[in-house]
Design a protein around this ligand. Structure first.
Ligand code: S3P
Length: 447
C-alpha cells in the first residue's frame, strides 16, 4: 500500500479565492470507519458498510484486519462487505502490520491483538513512529500482553497477545478515546468484566458501536460526572449493516473556509453531530460564526445535520479548556479562524496536540508566523491576535511535517490571503480526506 510518507512531496500554492458556495458532502467519519471495519471483522457472518471513508488510514485498518483473517471487499457500488472471524478468532498475521500514518489503527488494533493468542509487529511512517505508545501498552500489559517497543516506547513495536487475558479496572491518565477504545476492544475476548474509568469524556463511538454489535457493555456516570465503562467478555458480536455519517473533523475545514472568505454561503450535508465531536461548532458560534443546523436526523445511530455556513465577522475568545476533547482534532483549522478574527484568541489545555501527527502547537505556530500572523506559542496553547477580517498576508512555504490537518488548515488560510499560501506537501491529505482538493476547488469555483 502506498503511504504519503513514501511519496515525493506534492507542494501547492493556495491562492485567494472567491466565495464558497453551493452544497457539498464530506466523506465518512474516520473514527467510525475504523471501528466499523474492526468490529465487523470480529463478527461471524457478513456485515455491510456504506459511506466508509476510503482514506489511507482506514485502508491501513482494512489491510490489517485482512492480514488477521477477515474477508473485506469493496463492491462496485461503494458498499464494503466484511466476513468476520469471530471474537477470539483473529489469526497470526504473516507479515508486519503497516499502519502508515494512522495512530487510531495502531492503538485500537494493539487492543485487539492483546487478548488474542497471536503476535504482531506494528510499523508506521516517520510521523507515527515518533508518537507515544506507552499510553496503550501500559494498560494492555496489565491485562497480560507483552510488548517489545523501540526505544522511547514507539513503533516499530511487537505485541505478543495472550488468551485468556486478565480483566482490569483502569483509570485513564490522559483524555484519549484511542486508549479507552484499545482497552474496550481487548476486553471483548477477555473473560470477566473490564472497566475503563474516564474522568474526562472523549468521543464515544466505541461504546455506541460495541453496544450496537451486541457486546455486553454498560456505562455508569458517578456523582462526580466520571464515566465508568464496563465490558464483560468474552462477547459474541452480531454482524450489522452500518451507515457511516460524514466526518465533522473534515467538515471543519469547509466550515472555517466559508466563515472567513467574504460572501460565502455553503451548505455541507450529512455532518455527524455527536456532542463529543462538535466543540468546533460551539466555539466558532461563540466567535460570531453563522452556522445553521438543518434537517437534523439520525444516521447509523449517530445524530447528523446539514450545515449552512455563511461568511461572518469573528471575534477572538478565550477557549474553555473543558471543550478541548470535543474538538481535539480541529485546533489547527480553528487557529486559522482565530487569525481572521478581531482581537485575541487564547487557548490552553492543549498538551495533547504536541503528540498528534505532528506537534500541532509548534507546527501551527511556525506556519502562522510564516504567513504573517501574530502568534505566541505557550507550553499548552497558542495566543493569536487576528486580522479583524482583513486578508492574511500569506507566503510560506509552510512545513506540514506529514500532518494532513496542517496541510488542510493552511490550504484554507490561503483562500483568505493576499499572496496565497505555499504548502510544502499536500500528499498527507490522502490519509483522511482524499477528495479534499477537488472539493475545495469545486466549492471555490476554481474547478
Ligand atoms: C480518535 C481519537 C483522538 C483523535 C484521533 C481519532 C479515535 O485521539 O485525535 O484523530 O478515533 O478514537 P486521542 O483519543 O488519542 O485524543
Amino acid at each position: 500500500m502506498a503511504h504519503s510518507a513514501d511519496q515525493a512531496p506534492v507542494p501547492r500554492r493556495f491562492a485567494r479565492s472567491g466565495p464558497l458556495t453551493g452544497t457539498i458532502r464530506v466523506p465518512g467519519d474516520k473514527s467510525i470507519s475504523h471501528r466499523a471495519l474492526m468490529l465487523s471483522a470480529l463478527c461471524v457472518g457478513q456485515s455491510r458498510i456504506s459511506g466508509l471513508l476510503e482514506g489511507e488510514d482506514v485502508l491501513a485498518t482494512a489491510a490489517a484486519m485482512r492480514a488477521m483473517g477477515a474477508q473485506i471487499e469493496r463492491g462496485a457500488d461503494g458498499i464494503w462487505t466484511v466476513h468476520g472471524v469471530g471474537v477470539g478468532g483473529l489469526m497470526q498475521p504473516a507479515q508486519a502490520l503497516d499502519m502508515g500514518n494512522s495512530g487510531t489503527s495502531t492503538r485500537l488494533l494493539m487492543g485487539l491483538v492483546a487478548s488474542h493468542p497471536i503476535t504482531a509487529m506494528f510499523t508506521g511512517d516517520a510521523s507515527l513512529s515518533r508518537r507515544p505508545m506507552a499510553r496503550v501498552t501500559d494498560p494492555l500489559g496489565e491485562m497480560g500482553a507483552e510488548f517489545n517497543a523501540s526505544p522511547g516506547g514507539t513503533l516499530p513495536l511487537m505485541v505478543r497477545g495472550i488468551s485468556p487475558a486478565v480483566p482490569i479496572s483502569y483509570r485513564l491518565p490522559v483524555a484519549s478515546a484511542q486508549v479507552k477504545s484499545a482497552i474496550l476492544l481487548a476486553a471483548l475476548n477477555t473473560p470477566g468484566t473490564t472497566t475503563v474509568i474516564e474522568p474526562v469524556a472523549t468521543r464515544d463511538h466505541s461504546e455506541k458501536m460495541l453496544k450496537g454489535f451486541g457486546a455486553d457493555l454498560t456505562v455508569e456516570t458517578d456523582a462526580d460526572g466520571v464515566r465508568h465503562i464496563h465490558v464483560t467478555g468474552p462477547c459474541d458480536l452480531t454482524a450489522q449493516d452500518i451507515e457511516v455519517p460524514g466526518d465533522p473533523s473534515s467538515a471543519a475545514f469547509f466550515i472555517v473556509a466559508a466563515l472567513i472568505v467574504p460572501g460565502s454561503d455553503l451548505t455541507i450535508e450529512n455532518v455527524g453531530m455527536n456532542v463529543t465531536r462538535t466543540g468546533i461548532i460551539t466555539v466558532l458560534e461563540q466567535m460570531g460564526g453563522q452556522i445553521e443546523r438543518l434537517n437534523a436526523r439520525t444516521v447509523g445511530g449517530e445524530p447528523v445535520a446539514d450545515l449552512r455556513v455563511r461568511a461572518s465577522a469573528l471575534s477572538g475568545i478565550t477557549v474553555d479548556p473543558a471543550i478541548v476533547p470535543s474538538m481535539v482534532d480541529e485546533f489547527p483549522v480553528f487557529f486559522i479562524a482565530a487569525a481572521m478574527a478581531s482581537g485575541t484568541t487564547v487557548t490552553s489545555g492543549l498538551d495533547e496536540l504536541r503528540v498528534k501527527e505532528s506537534d500541532r502547537l509548534a507546527t501551527m505556530a511556525r506556519g502562522l508566523e510564516a504567513i504573517g500572523v501574530d502568534v505566541e506559542e505557550r507550553e499548552d496553547g497558542l495566543v493569536i491576535t487576528g486580522s479583524g477580517g482583513a486578508s492574511l498576508r500569506g507566503g510560506g512555504p509552510v512545513a506540514t511535517l506529514l500532518d494532513h490537518r496542517i496541510a488542510m488548515s493552511f490550504a484554507v488560510a490561503g483562500l483568505a490571503s493576499e499572496q496565497g499560501v505555499n504548502v510544502d506537501d499536500t500528499a498527507p491529505i490522502a490519509t483522511s480526506f482524499p477528495d479534499f482538493l477537488n472539493l475545495l476547488d469545486r466549492s471555490t469555483g476554481a474547478a
